[in-house]
Design a protein around this ligand. Structure first.
Ligand SMILES: [Zn+2]
Length: 407
C-alpha cells in the first residue's frame, strides 16, 4: 500500500483496530439472519508527508449510499455551530445576493439553510440521495454526486465565492483530486474553508474511536500544507474549534490571490504541531498501547457491572460507539442492553457488528438503567443535561475515552 498523497510506501502502523463492519451500516431486523461484511481497520502513517490514513478497502460508493443514516440536523449543538459559522463568514468576507456558496457534503441542508436565510445563493453537493432529498425539500439546490475535479470542471468552474466542507475532507479517498476540484471551483478571489478533527487532539486525547472506514485520512495542518500547495492553494488562516473533540478550520485561497493577508495563526499552528513531534515517527508509535488500555478498562467495567447485577445501556448510535464496541469485541446485548438514539432512522435497527438494538429515548424512563455509556463523548455536556432526570434514580454516566470516567 502506498500513500494516497505522495505515493511513498507505507510501512508504519499508527493504530490497528482489528476488523469491523462499516460504521453506518445499521442492521435492519430482517437482516439479522444475514452475515455482515467486516473490513480490517488499520491506520498507517506516511513517513514522508505524515498523512495518517486507512487503506481504501471498500469503494466509497458502497459506504455513502442510500442507507446512509447520518442526518446532521438531529444534533442541536451542531446546528448552532453551523449558524454561527454562516454569520461569521458573511461578516468577514461580505457575501451577498451576488455570491455563490458551495458546500461539499451538504447533508440535509443543516448549514446552507442559514446562508439561504440571508439571501445568499447556495448550492449543495451531496452524494447520499436520502439526505440530499431532505435538503431539496428545504429549497436548497443540490448536485447529488461525489465532489472531485471532474464535477468541478463540468459544473462549477470558477463559480464559487466560498467552497466549504465540514467533516468531509477526511472522508475522501482521493484527497489530491478532491482538493484539485476546490481549486477549479473557486473564483479568483474565492475562499475555501474545511473543518476536520485535528490529529493533534486525536493523539493527545486517545480518540481512537474517531477512526472508522469512512474516515480515510487523519489530518493536521502539517500534512495538509503539502496537499494543498500541490494544487496551487495556500492557507491564509487557521482556527482551533472545540467541535468533535478539537477540530481545525482552515482557510485557503488561490496561490495567485494577493488580496488576503496570511495570518500569523498559520505559522503558529505549524510550530505547535512541530513542537508536539508530529513530524517524527515516535509521535505515532506509542498510540496503540494507549488504545489497548482503554479497551481493557472498558470491558472490565462492563463485566464488573454485569456480575453486580447492574443494567448498562448506551447513548448515541453513531460511528464512534461502533468503533469502540467492535474493537472491544462486544457482541449481543448482554453487557449493554440497548442504545438509545434521537434519530428515528436508526431506531428499531441494530448496531453494525455488535447488533445491540437501538431504541428511542423513552426506553430510559421505562427501564431505569444504572449506567448510561455516552458514546459521542464530544457531546457529553449536551447529552448529560438532556438526560439529567436519570439522576432521580441514581443512574450514572460513563465515558470510555480519553479514559474510563463514571460521573
Ligand atoms: Zn505521503
Amino acid at each position: 500500500m502506498n500513500c494516497r498523497h505522495c505515493n511513498h510506501k507505507l510501512t508504519y502502523v499508527f493504530a490497528d483496530l482489528q476488523t469491523c463492519p462499516p460504521s453506518n451500516a445499521m442492521v435492519k431486523p430482517e437482516q439479522l439472519n444475514h452475515p455482515e461484511t467486516y473490513f480490517p481497520l488499520k491506520v498507517f502513517v506516511c513517513e514522508k508527508c505524515w498523512l495518517v490514513q486507512v487503506d481504501e478497502l471498500e469503494k466509497a460508493d458502497a459506504i455513502f449510499n442510500n442507507e446512509y443514516t447520518y442526518f446532521s440536523s438531529f444534533s442541536t449543538s451542531w446546528l448552532q455551530h453551523a449558524k454561527k459559522y454562516t454569520d461569521y463568514m458573511t461578516e468577514r468576507f461580505g457575501f451577498n445576493s451576488q455570491s455563490l456558496v458551495v458546500e461539499i457534503a451538504s447533508n440535509d441542508g443543516y448549514l446552507l439553510q442559514y446562508f439561504k436565510e440571508k439571501n445568499i445563493p447556495v448550492l449543495g453537493v451531496e452524494p447520499t440521495a436520502n439526505t440530499a432529498k431532505v435538503a431539496i425539500e428545504k429549497g436548497i439546490e443540490n448536485i447529488v454526486d461525489f465532489f472531485g475535479s471532474n464535477l468541478a470542471e463540468n459544473k462549477l468552474k470558477a463559480k464559487a465565492d466560498l467552497v466549504l466542507g465540514n467533516n468531509v475532507l477526511a472522508h475522501v479517498p482521493d484527497i489530491n483530486d478532491f482538493v484539485k476540484g476546490v481549486k477549479i471551483a473557486l473564483k479568483p478571489n474565492g475562499v475555501n474553508t474545511f473543518e476536520f478533527p485535528h490529529l493533534l487532539q486525536l493523539v493527545k486525547h486517545n480518540q481512537f474511536d474517531t477512526i472508522y472506514h469512512e474516515h480515510f485520512s487523519y489530518l493536521s495542518l502539517t500534512n495538509l500544507v503539502a496537499i494543498f500547495a500541490t494544487q496551487g492553494l495556500d492557507f491564509f488562516d487557521v482556527e482551533e474549534l472545540p467541535t468533535h473533540g478539537g477540530s481545525l478550520r482552515i482557510f485557503a485561497k488561490h496561490k495567485e490571490d494577493n488580496s488576503k493577508t496570511i495570518e500569523p495563526s498559520v505559522a503558529a499552528m505549524l510550530a505547535k504541531e512541530k513542537a508536539a513531534g508530529i513530524d517524527t515517527l515516535e509521535y505515532y508509535q506509542n498510540f496503540q498501547s494507549k488504545v489497548e488500555k482503554i479497551k481493557y478498562d472498558f470491558i472490565e467495567f462492563l463485566i464488573n457491572q454485569k456480575r453486580a447485577g447492574k443494567k448498562v445501556i448506551g447513548y448515541g448510535a453513531a460511528a464512534k460507539g461502533n468503533t469502540l464496541l467492535n474493537y472491544c469485541g462486544i457482541k449481543g446485548n448482554d453487557l449493554i442492553e440497548y442504545v438509545v438514539d434521537a434519530s428515528p432512522y436508526k431506531q428499531q435497527k441494530f448496531l453494525p457488528g455488535s447488533r445491540i438494538p437501538v431504541l428511542s429515548k423513552e426506553a430510559i424512563e421505562e427501564t431505569k438503567p444504572d449506567f448510561i455509556v455516552i458514546f459521542p463523548w464530544n457531546l457529553t455536556e449536551e447529552i448529560s443535561q438532556q438526560l439529567h432526570y436519570v439522576k432521580n434514580w441514581d443512574c450514572k454516566f460513563v465515558i470510555a475515552i480519553p479514559e474510563l470516567k463514571i460521573f
